[in-house]
Structures are given as C-alpha cells and as structure tokens.
Design a protein around this ligand. Sequence first.
Ligand SMILES: NC(=O)c1ccc[n+]([C@@H]2O[C@H](COP(=O)([O-])OP(=O)(O)OC[C@H]3O[C@@H](n4cnc5c(N)ncnc54)[C@H](O)[C@@H]3O)[C@@H](O)[C@H]2O)c1
Ligand SMILES: O=c1ccn([C@@H]2O[C@H](COP(=O)(O)OP(=O)(O)O[C@H]3OC[C@@H](O)[C@H](O)[C@H]3O)[C@@H](O)[C@H]2O)c(=O)[nH]1
Length: 389
Amino acid sequence: MASAARVDLDGNPIKAMTICMIGAGGFIGSHLCEKLMAETPHKVLAVDVYNDKIKHLLEPASLPWAGRIQFHRINIKNDSRLEGLIKMADLTINLAAICTPADYNTRPLDTIYSNFIDALPVVKYCSENNKRLIHFSTCEVYGKTIGSFLPKDSPMRQDPAYFILKEDASPCIFGSIEKQRWSYACAKQLIERLVYAEGAENGLEFTIVRPFNWIGPRMDFIPGIDGPSEGVPRVLACFSNNLLRGEPLKLVDGGQSQRTFVYIKDAIEAVLLMIENPARANGHIFNVGNPNNEVTVRQLAEMMTEVYSKVSGEPALEVPTIDISSKEFYGEGYDDSDKRIPDMTIINTQLGWNPKTSLWDLLESTLTYQHRTYAEAIKQAISKPVASS
Ligand SMILES: NC(=O)c1ccc[n+]([C@@H]2O[C@H](COP(=O)([O-])OP(=O)(O)OC[C@H]3O[C@@H](n4cnc5c(N)ncnc54)[C@H](O)[C@@H]3O)[C@@H](O)[C@H]2O)c1
Ligand SMILES: O=c1ccn([C@@H]2O[C@H](COP(=O)(O)OP(=O)(O)O[C@H]3OC[C@@H](O)[C@H](O)[C@H]3O)[C@@H](O)[C@H]2O)c(=O)[nH]1
C-alpha cells in the first residue's frame, strides 16, 4: 500500500502526482498501472481504446485505489479531449503504438502513422503546456549491430565495441527502404529526434525509454482465443500459442537471431524510478533490458519447451521446433536485428537500476500464467467440432 514516507533517490519526499498514461490498456501499461495503484499515491488518467487488461484495476468500486485510476476510451488519432487530459496531468507517459513486427512490413503506413504522426500532438501538447513527457521508443532504433557487417570469421565480432548498444554512441543501422520491417524503427527514431529537439529548442522536460524485449503475463494475445486466429503476436505469445496447442515452435530463418529478455516486473521498477526522480531522468534516453539474459531464438524455444513441460506437467514434443523462412512467416520486406545487448551505464549511473530475474525464472512465472489462463480455452477450442458446410 501507498506509504506517506516515500522518498526519491536523493532523499526528498515524493509528492503525489497525476499521470496521463496513453496506451495504458496494453501490456506495459497494465503492469505500470498495477504498480502505481499498489505502491504509490499517484493518480492515473488511463487512455486507450481497450481496457480488458486493466479491468481488474477499474472494478469493483471497493478496490483500495478506487478514485485514483480513471479510464478514458480515446483514440488519440482523432480526439480533442487529449489536450485537456495532458493539461490536467503533471506527467504524460506515451505507450501507444503499433509494435508487433508482423505489422511493420504488411501495414507500413499504419505503423508509421501510429509511431510518428499520432505521437506528434502528444509531444506538442506537452511542450506547449510545459508538461513533462516520458516517451516509449524501442531498442529497434539501433537496428543491426556494426559487427553484423564484418566477415563471419572476423575476430572483431567478439569485441563488445562492435555489438553493445549504447544510447549516446551507437549508430542507428537500418536496411534498405524495400525492407519495410524498418518502418517502425525509423518512425520511432524520428519521434525520438523530435522529442529531443523539443527539449533542446523549447525546454521540453522529457525522458525516452528504449525497452529491450520486455516479456511477461498479458503480453499480446493468443491467436483464436483473445485475438484474431490469423494474427501474429510477438515471439513470447507465438511460442506460448504453439506450446498450448502442442505444436512445434516455428523458428524464423533458423532462429539464429539473438535477443536479451527482461522480466516485465523488473522493467517496471525502472519506469517507476524515472517517474519519481525527474531530476535524474529528464533529458536522458534509457536502455531498459537485461544483458545477462541473452539467447538465440532457437535457445529461447528450447528453454520455453522445457519450462512449459515442467509447469504444465505435459511431456515435451518429440520434435519441438520447425524452421520456417521469414518470407513465409512474415511476408515480403521482413528483415531482422541480429543481436541486442543493452549497455547499462546510463540507467545505472542515473537511477541505480539493475534487472534481477533470470530468463529461466521469468519464463517459469510467465508460462505458469499462460497455462492457467489459456490451457482450458485452447482445449475447448480444439475439441469443438468444425461446422459442417
Ligand atoms: N514490450 C516490449 O518489449 C517493447 C519493446 C520495445 C518498445 N516497446 C514500446 O513500448 C510501448 C508499449 O508497448 P506494449 O508492449 O505495451 O504494446 P501494447 O500493444 O500491448 O500496448 C500499446 C497500447 O496502445 C494502445 N494504442 C495504440 N494506438 C492507440 C491510439 N491511437 N489511441 C489510443 N490507444 C492506442 C493499444 O490499444 C495498446 O493497448 C510501445 O510504444 C512500444 O513500441 C515495447
Ligand atoms: O514464432 C516466431 C516469432 C518470432 N520469431 C523470431 O523471434 C525474434 C523476436 O521476435 P519478436 O516478435 O519478439 O520481435 P523483435 O524482437 O524482433 O522486435 C520487438 O522488439 C522491440 C519492440 O519494439 C517490438 O515490440 C518488437 O519490434 C525475431 O528474430 C523473430 O523473427 C520466431 O522465430 N518465431
């Protein structure tokens, strides 16, 4: 519960604030709302087009935080109420975005509009009304590593200087324009540059967050259960869906790409530190990830198979994975980040934050949640007789 004696990293008392959270009904937003309700006295004006993932925080009215969270069903593309909410708040957090890779090359216009054009008024209202902004960008702004352009057998590939991603030093390296996968990264990069320029020229107080594959409960959807049957969510939900249905996990282009995964609950701690320590967070871009949790996608699939078997009590499949080409899985124009290891110096120095949870542990709690939430519904969906034509 909220305690009166909460202090920031410099020992100053933290004043209760009002936060306008755009995209509050999504994966990250739902965890952030939960944390703010359970552990702080802050108020949240939760803006989204959906609220299924935060319903448990909105009802019933007897919840201990009732009155501190208000849901506003608003599409920020076209709703004049947005500026009023930003004006009412001390801080705006913008999470709204199309952020599933399957959309980047197949719906590039929607992706660019969502990540750049729709975010413009948010930046403008914050700047004009002297309101602080925490904007969610992505680790995808780094694109590919410098090392990926070196010959395969070059010893320099082992040198961290060629692959560690550093906020104030690494370049942003994307593929050609036909590789529409980069529509998202490019739109996010441009909105970062705009936010940064508003800070430099007009004094906007901002923080930019670059999440490195945050995963956990409530991420995306399970196709055919709480999302479209043909939909393609991010890898955690794709692999969860395969495991729940007892089918092999699909490895795009052999599953050679590498990722670092961080537990959503660790990452939310970092965001709370940014919210409550403006003097340390303003003007900074922060990588938020777990450099110790690096795996290839193939290793992730193998680990998830093992963990799922443990938490569900079901035997692992004899052939747990199959290879699929990116063209077949995502369509024309897909490309990939080869490797993503965050440099942690800036977040460490400014906020003293470090991730705690190992990949095994975070998969264990997440797959326990997936099994409890979906296994029965999947069983019913599979056993339903197909309608005769
Ligand atoms: N989860 C990650 O690992 C990760 C990694 C990198 C970047 N990010 C960034 O973090 C942010 C949040 O990601 P997430 O994983 O919670 O995604 P999410 O899709 O679960 O959440 C985004 C939310 O924004 C809402 N939204 C989108 N467009 C809107 C609009 N026009 N008006 C109102 N609401 C709208 C959606 O309904 C959704 O609830 C995004 O900006 C994303 O690019 C996330
Ligand atoms: O079923 C699948 C799904 C995905 N994959 C692969 O798994 C890797 C990770 O895929 P994800 O769906 O998590 O997406 P990515 O890590 O590429 O990008 C994500 O990270 C940064 C965020 O901004 C976005 O949420 C998203 O762009 C990719 O190499 C992808 O090709 C599979 O091999 N099989």
